[in-house]
Write a protein that binds this ligand. Sequence first.
Ligand SMILES: Cc1ncc(COP(=O)(O)O)c(C=O)c1O
Length: 444
Amino acid sequence: MPSAQLQREIEQYQTRTPKSKTLQEQATQYLPGGSSRGTSYFDPYPTFIDHAQGHYIHDVDGNSYLDFMINATSLIIGHAHPEVVEALQGQASRGTAFSGPTESQIRMAKILCDRIPSMDTVRFTNSGTEGTLNAIRVARAFTGKHKIAKFEGGYHGSHEYASVSVHPPAEKLDPRGPTAIPEFPGQPPSVGEDVIVLPYNDLEGTERIVREHRHQLACVIMEPVASSFGYLAADIGFLQGMRALTEELGILLIFDEVQSLRVAPGGAQDRFDVVPDITALGKIIGGGMPVGAFGGREDIMALYDPSEGGAVIGHAGTFNANPMTMVAGEITVNHLTPEVYKRFDRLGEMLREKLRAVFGELDVPAQVTGVGSLFGIHFTSDEITDYRSVIRGDRQMKKALFTGLLNEGILLQTGAAGALNTLTTEEDVDTLVNATRTVTQRIR
Ligand SMILES: Cc1ncc(COP(=O)(O)O)c(C=O)c1O
């Protein structure tokens, strides 16, 4: 049952979005719940988009939103950037996907390998899901071991081995520590047996579990900046400890930097100076086109080398490294100079500080997490350190804030998190801060 405050925001949203409602009714005839994508759905129905330009998105009812969702952080230089549009138009007229490679994939691979400390070589996919899937697969093949470890509450895409203890319900959590909780009914029990679940930011607890399973563990996969915890950066000591522990035990460390590549030119590994064995990527490197990638140490990635008798791991993919994605990605990543990251840090810190001040001023218990261009809001007085601290927060308030901000012309992620982009100004930061004050006064 939504709270009365949330219900009022929903009603206001409904009066502003009648065409979206009609489209949702049509969509539900052909798509389950009208949807193909979990993160773009919210109750009572999502805003159907007409078009987007720069950092504004426009819905079918003629409402405009200042976009901090920015397609789940991916459009880091804004929607329909003129250079990206031009490159895509040019490429489209010369063909969108071929059975043979193009020069553009070499340029894009070089950019990533030059920037990302762990990346000697890289392969492209069409989603971050495929990136993490292949990162895990190569870790298994390289080590000859079959178990993997991930952190409670960590999201790494929607494939089977990543779908364990991603959103475990509070009532299923063992107070003694994380356990493998399946995400769907009918998941093979072997998945739960082969995925070991760890406590984020708890080096001692993690070390104990990892040591116990060391003979079967191929890898630990983790986000150095945990997206689903409101872009919480892991404690540096924890990251360093994870690196030392996995190295000592011959377990490969995978950083899922699908989102955290945003925090420095070479991602969180560059910012925090902790280098994993394998890195998975997605989102911003596609410049708005579907993308994923995985790369790392040359000896590990060599298992995908098809030359001289064939690869140890076969990896096809009809649209892998297609030139549309490569040219859009190249332009986008080339825009991300060290100065851009400095500006993100400054604006991001300004936003987080101002949001904290607003919640303090209104006497609403809240935490604001995030690093660089990424931010997350939690309605709790507890410090955010891991999944359990996140879900102790008031989720109705998050939903009410999200819906209330929509009513004020601002789009966040449904979990009250978001991202800046290169077009974001100090005025935009103030617009978000002021709207947050207005909405919080209404919903508290
Ligand atoms: C940390 C992380 N890993 C993996 C993925 C999966 O990427 P994709 O949605 O491109 O499959 C996501 C997507 O949100 C993500 O945030």
